[in-house]
Design a protein around this ligand. Structure first.
Ligand code: NAD
Length: 475
């Protein structure tokens, strides 16, 4: 396996924080290491959205990092200086710290070169709704064939159900790997802001039964001077699930408020603003829209509900959170029918395909559900996204080269992902190119008043049509 090849340095002066398709993110703000800081030999299993960011950020903190993936194309791309995922700023950081980063297919090589090994493999939902732990357990079985030793501490970054640490420990014991350590260290980063989140975490959660192992993992983060919460392994596992489930609950809650707002002439954007001014509530995750997607919230909420059920407890609230989220995406169809009537033969433009701005991740993206539903209704669907260039899994969708092309001749446009490239479109000049200037803003990203003035039939989620916040407040 070759070492990474040189990649040109970037000009740090050009860095800015806006998350757009082309703009790099703000440089990470790791503090200078204290004199007691000792760089470690870190391994990362899985070079996906979490593993790659973890590895690159660990290298930026001064550690020597070996990343291993089983996807040969991914490893080859990394060794060629490429970045297999879209995450703003990652390419620059990888290039800057390339001397401390090694990418390999070989687990043996990773084990030789590392002492602390992060597990960042995918834990997708299974048919039962439980998290599928086959990649995690498969890795432990593979480790057993090579014989990890007392040097190695495994650190679980993947999101895993409560009790996984215990299962991993039992498997390690059963395979004779008594001396291999185990620490739970869940990850809270958001795609699109992953580097800033990793470098400036609200907290680092470390769950361990052995205080020395906890110390060694905490030591990796020392340059960040982050708040560290030390706890047991099961509690750390639950902190991650409970956090994601709570954020998802906030989203479904505000979406239901939005749906009621539509019935009673109230505006959810102003309602959320008023709620968020209450320090007990906070304004984060109170943006109404067509629901959450992505690789984490849907699967983690379902897995927690399932975990509770498997333990004999019916988690009623989460059942509703999931149902509200499913129905929310489909409300767009109702809104389109309200303005267009039967959708058969209509041309609908979906603006933004990724599950959120700043990423190319399509897992559980609302665009997939909407495109599938619209095609079933007999509509022609044309999609556009600044980063995603195909809609795998839904056939019959035309991907336009530009947003303007997607809007050309469309009977309606749906804002699915609030990319800045979508909100910054010259909306006032685009009405004429549409067959019918109808815009359903699934993310409440556009100004209703400006859209109305520009001649659009505009409808957001839970907003008063045709009036901006300032105008509504004066009513
Ligand atoms: P991902 O699918 O992007 O990456 C997983 C990688 O692991 C893939 O590249 C896969 O090839 C590799 N892999 C699988 N088995 C392997 C093995 N035995 N050895 C080496 N590589 C292996 O997944 P992700 O989005 O990075 O998520 C990873 C975990 O982190 C999941 O549990 C997820 O829930 C959690 N998480 C994700 C996010 C996020 O925003 N994506 C945030 C926090 C936590």
């Amino acid at each position: 396996m070759t070492e990474p090849t040189a990649v040109p340095e970037t000009d740090p002066a050009q860095e800015e924080s806006a998350v757009t398709a082309d703009a790099p993110v703000e440089a990470p703000t790791a503090t200078d290491p204290s004199p007691s800081f000792t760089p470690a030999r870190v391994g990362v299993i899985g070079a996906g959205y979490v593993g790659l960011v973890t590895g690159v950020c660990m290298a930026a903190l001064g550690h020597t990092v070996t990343l291993r993936d089983i996807d040969a194309r991914k490893v080859a791309a990394l060794n060629d200086g490429g970045v297999p995922i879209y995450e703003p700023g990652l390419d620059d950081l990888m290039a800057e710290h390339r001397e401390r980063l090694t990418y390999t297919l070989s687990l043996e090589r990773l084990l030789e070169r590392s002492d602390i090994v992060f597990i960042a493999v995918d834990t997708p939902p299974s048919y039962s709704g439980d998290a599928d732990l086959s990649r995690v357990m498969g890795f432990i079985e593979e480790l057993a064939t090579l014989g990890g030793d007392s040097r190695h501490i495994l650190v679980m970054k993947s999101t895993v159900p409560v009790g996984t640490g215990k299962r991993v420990r039992q498997l390690l014991e059963a395979r004779g790997l008594h001396n291999v350590g185990y620490v739970s260290n869940p990850e809270f980063l958001k795609e699109g802001d992953a580097i800033a989140d990793f470098m400036n975490p609200d907290r680092v959660v470390i769950g361990a039964s052995d205080p020395d192992q906890a110390d060694r993992v905490a030591g990796l983060y020392e340059p960040l001077q982050a708040k560290i919460l030390r706890t047991s392994v099961p509690t750390a596992e639950m902190v991650k699930y409970a956090s994601n489930a709570f954020l998802a609950t906030k989203i479904s809650f505000i979406n239901e408020i939005a749906n009621v707002c539509e019935e009673v002439d109230a505006d959810v954007a102003v309602v959320a603003e008023g709620m968020g001014m209450d320090s007990r509530i906070g304004k984060a995750f109170l943006k109404a829209g067509i629901g959450f997607g992505g690789s984490c919230f849907p699967k983690d909420v379902t897995a927690l509900k399932q975990l509770a059920g498997n333990s004999g407890y019916h988690f009623q609230l989460l059942t509703s959170v999931i149902e509200v989220n499913e129905l929310q995406k489909r409300r767009v169809i109702g809104k389109l029918k309200k303005h267009l009537g039967d959708l058969r033969g209509t041309r609908i433009a979906l603006l933004g395909l990724a599950f959120k701005p700043g990423t190319d991740d399509m897992r559980e993206a609302a665009s997939l559900v909407l495109a599938g539903r619209l095609i079933a209704e007999g509509a022609q669907v044309v999609g556009w996204d600044p980063v995603v260039k195909s809609l795998d899994g839904v056939s019959g969708v035309h991907i336009a080269a530009t947003a303007e092309e997607a809007l050309e001749g469309a009977d309606a446009a749906v804002v699915v992902t609030e990319w800045q490239e979508v909100t910054d479109l010259e909306w006032t000049h685009l009405t004429a190119s549409m067959a019918r200037p109808v815009v359903i803003d699934g993310r409440n990203a556009l100004d209703p008043e400006l859209m109305a003035v520009a001649g659009y039939t505009y409808e957001g989620i839970g907003r008063l049509p045709g009036l901006g916040i300032a105008a509504q407040e004066q009513r």
